[in-house]
Design a protein around this ligand. Sequence first.
Ligand SMILES: Cc1ncc(COP(=O)(O)O)c(C=O)c1O
Length: 362
Amino acid sequence: MINNQRNFSAGPGALPECVLQMVQEAIQALPETGISVLGMSHRSDWFMQLLQKTQRHLRILLGIPNDYQVLFLQGGSSLQFSMIPMAFLRGTGKTAEYLETGYWSAKAPLEAAHEGRVRIAWSDKAAGYRSLPDWGQLQLDPNAAYLHYVSNETVEGLEFGSEPIGLGVPIVCDMSSNLLSRPVDVSHFDLIYAHAQKNLGPAGVTLVIIKDEFLALARKDVPSMLNYHTHMRAQSVYNTPCVFSIYVLHLVTQWMLGKVGGVKAMGEINTQKASLIYQALAQFPAHYRIHAQAPFRSQMNVAFHLQSPAREKDFLAKAQSSGFHGLEGHRSLGGIRISLYNAIGVEATQALAEFLIEDASC
Ligand SMILES: Cc1ncc(COP(=O)(O)O)c(C=O)c1O
């Protein structure tokens, strides 16, 4: 039977069972207010406190330094593809550098090109996005407005194992599919963004973590809703925020702090899960063809192909009837994709690894 613990979907992804139970209750009535979370005002004291608590949790979990702001925005990560160049590239006469490492990072510079000069500093498009660059091999314009990259390519299953240090330009990173999945040193970045629907909660809220010094450079003469200063001044309640999504994010941060024991512990669990899957696949290299080259494989998304689309269809049908959900590859790549977000447990991952072995053996 399908259940939430076996939802390996790439996003929206699985949420922890205890969070789902609390959400169920909160939809009826929040224990602390007696009112459904869906009917709570964003101007209420309850919501203001919720925002503060959520921000505090995120600061603890990620070790966010005091000179960084945490904003709760909307429009998904796709809106950040536009807001970032609008704020930091438009009218500067500078170039924005982009790494093109997969489906999502290739989308971002297309939006930036509406705002100014864009340079693809590195691309693996010709090889089908199977590898990532070394930080040391990049040749960047020292006067660039920023360098943009995606820390985990959700579609192809590629993940950077290290962070850029000392590149001499502001660093902007889309961490949509791996924020909170492993430790990160926020001080290496000028702006981090991530939508919620992978590891943080349901779709709706998009987190932006931005350094004060970088925020000061953001253009002010842009539409209010697209202006980082607006959201900073209004403490993320300039207009009606997605109260529900932020509420669930709060529960997820509480779960991470209380039950999991923080991001380091989460990272260790995620490493264990990923190795269960990769080891199972590695036993049958002729059967399972992993998309990413070995050093660049993601802990969050494992993308691979079988020998033919017909075999993949058969595999997906069998997986579904064995209770595993959400294993279809992205429409751009096809094949199979296993997403191992934080809420997926070791037990469910072990069961899927056994299914992979069994399927390849018969
Ligand atoms: C890494 C990455 N960036 C950006 C996006 C686009 O996000 P959204 O649908 O929130 O605009 C996705 C979507 O899955 C993603 O995985």
